[in-house]
Ligand binder design. Structure first.
Ligand SMILES: Cc1cc2nc3c(=O)[nH]c(=O)nc-3n(C[C@H](O)[C@H](O)[C@H](O)COP(=O)(O)OP(=O)(O)OC[C@H]3O[C@@H](n4cnc5c(N)ncnc54)[C@H](O)[C@@H]3O)c2cc1C
Ligand code: SF4
Length: 479
């Protein structure tokens, strides 16, 4: 017999775990389907071995293979392996208009309307500003680079308690210092009766007689169905649109905007090669996000920059090249070059700015996501601006040089997919209402990174989490 419940939630990251708690608090029967396993600190290892990492992450290449996206596949989603930066988007983000003049954020979603929800998340997750003692040396070197050219920066905010600065945040924290969702929202929801089913993958959502049916595969490879009044989809900005699109046969009124408007939060990774003897530090020591962030370029360029220490495995895969110069030699010579500069002459930076959503997620022939992420003229111009007007100022002002990953014109790795089922005021341009409800399907809500319409100006986790709190509030009041 088909199982019945009030609410099915697909995915247990920020977009899923937060509504699970709020709907359980409101007395709803909640079932959360999560395709990944449950990991505790005892299951993690301090290594960057690819085989180990591939168990933890889902990796997607775009269709011409020049960029890959990483998401986490486990109970708690991205919160478990992320680098912990929990930053509120600057107010100007919400005013962004794309190149056609369309204001991408709904009028009622502003920094002011989101602030109370950010506060809730910060309280639940123990987010606080890092102390000066918690700034790793690579963060201090980043601060020095900015100070030397008359620019400012400050310490970011993290949900870390007794962090030992071991640097394995993205391989899983074995000390339990990172307060991910498995320490707060998930156990609180479970205590109120919400059921989290791990290794259960949602395959289709069907609309039948005003209710929704979610078909899923269990860890024993069996197919099951659950019928519900409300279905919250939070499988991340790559999987959520793919799930909706492969369900189109059962959701015939699906907006043609599902899967469109996809972007990467305006992330541009670049590296600064420091002159010999510039500073005494070891790049991979200290937490992966090295705490310091600068807003000094915000007014002029709408860009923030933060720094971090990337694991050696990421460097080995990158093809770094200096701006306006030939590629650094490939193969063994490249390895030797990296070996020489990696440890204490290379600072990794991530610029985040405001971009249009010009990518698209399709459901491939097997229903799996296919990513189209073209290097459009406007994206190319934006990257050039980041590199030539911002990165070079910092690097060359300190006697160093910028290296970036532009083999085919774009960077190689990204962890901030957004906007593929975006909220918006205009039904012709946004498949979701300003409350994340899928147009044409009352009772289906999109609460993950897919519904975040624009770039967030900073790392997006807090924007996703705060928005999920806001949408959960709406569901509780209206269903
Ligand atoms: C290495 C790394 C470092 C990062 N660092 C930061 C940072 O410091 N600060 C920041 O703000 N952001 C950071 N991010 C980004 C941040 O983690 C994501 O933006 C955020 O986790 C996205 O939340 P979400 O709810 O959209 O999706 P996720 O957190 O990805 O959750 C989606 C969940 O759905 C599950 N799922 C997928 N498909 C199905 C299905 N069909 N059925 C059932 N379950 C399914 C997945 O397994 C996953 O657990 C980082 C990301 C990565 C990968
Ligand atoms: S740096 Fe801190 S939060 Fe990151 S893995 Fe080590 S102890 Fe955990």
């Amino acid at each position: 017999m088909r199982e019945q419940t009030d609410v099915v939630i697909i995915g247990s990251g920020f977009g899923g775990a937060i509504p699970a708690l709020r709907l359980a608090e409101a007395g709803k029967r909640v079932i959360v389907l999560e395709r990944g396993k449950k990991y505790t600190e005892k299951d993690f290892e301090q290594r960057w071995d690819i085989k180990y990492l591939m168990n933890l992450y889902a990796v997607y290449y775009n269709d011409d293979l020049n960029v890959f996206f990483r998401t986490c596949r486990m109970l708690g989603g991205g919160s478990v392996l992320y680098s912990g930066a929990m930053l509120r988007p600057p107010s100007e983000v919400f005013e962004y208009r794309d190149s056609s003049g369309y204001k991408v954020w709904p009028d009622e979603v502003t920094r002011e309307t989101l602030d109370p929800y950010f506060e809730r998340v910060e309280r639940m997750m123990e987010v606080r500003q890092a102390t000066w003692d918690e700034v790793p040396r690579s963060g201090a070197v980043f601060a020095m680079l900015l100070d030397n050219i008359g620019r400012t920066c400050d310490r970011g905010r993290f949900p870390y308690v007794n962090c030992r600065q071991c640097g394995f945040c993205e391989a899983g924290c074995i000390f339990g210092a990172k307060r991910h969702l498995g320490y707060n929202y998930i156990p609180a929801a479970q205590a109120l009766g919400a059921e989290f089913r791990t290794e259960c993958e949602a395959l289709y959502i069907k609309h039948e007689l005003g209710r929704y049916v979610v078909e899923y595969r269990t860890r024993e490879n069996q197919l099951r169905e659950i019928e519900c009044d409300v279905c919250v989809v939070a499988a991340n900005a790559i999987e959520t649109p793919a799930l909706l699109l492969r369900s189109r046969q059962y959701l015939r009124n699906l907006s043609d905007q599902v899967g469109r408007n996809f972007h990467n939060n305006g992330d541009v990774a670049f590296f600064i090669e420091l002159p010999e003897g510039f500073a005494d530090f070891t790049v991979y020591k200290g937490r992966t996000n090295a705490v310091m962030i600068t807003y000094d370029y915000w007014d002029e360029h709408r860009i923030t920059i933060h720094t971090g220490c990337q694991p050696p495995v990421i460097f080995a895969a990158l093809e770094l090249c200096p701006v306006n110069e030939d590629m650094i030699p490939f193969g063994l010579q490249y390895k030797h070059y990296l070996k020489e500069i990696y440890l204490n002459r290379l600072i990794g930076c991530l610029a985040i700015g405001l971009v249009d959503g010009e990518g698209r997620i399709y459901a491939g022939p097997n229903g799996r996501p296919v990513i189209y992420f073209p290097l459009t003229e406007s994206l190319h111009a934006y990257i050039q601006r980041v590199v030539n007007e911002v990165a070079r100022e910092i690097a060359e002002g300190n006697g160093g040089r910028v290296l970036y990953t532009m083999k085919k014109g774009f960077e190689h790795g990204d962890a901030h997919p957004l906007a593929s089922v975006r909220m918006g005021d205009d039904p012709a341009k946004a498949p979701c209402t300003p409350y994340g409800e899928l147009r044409g399907y009352p009772g289906i809500f999109i609460t993950d990174g897919s519904s975040i319409p624009g770039s967030t100006g900073v790392n997006p986790a807090l924007a996703i989490a705060g928005n999920a709190e806001r949408i959960a509030d709406y569901i509780v009041k209206n269903y």
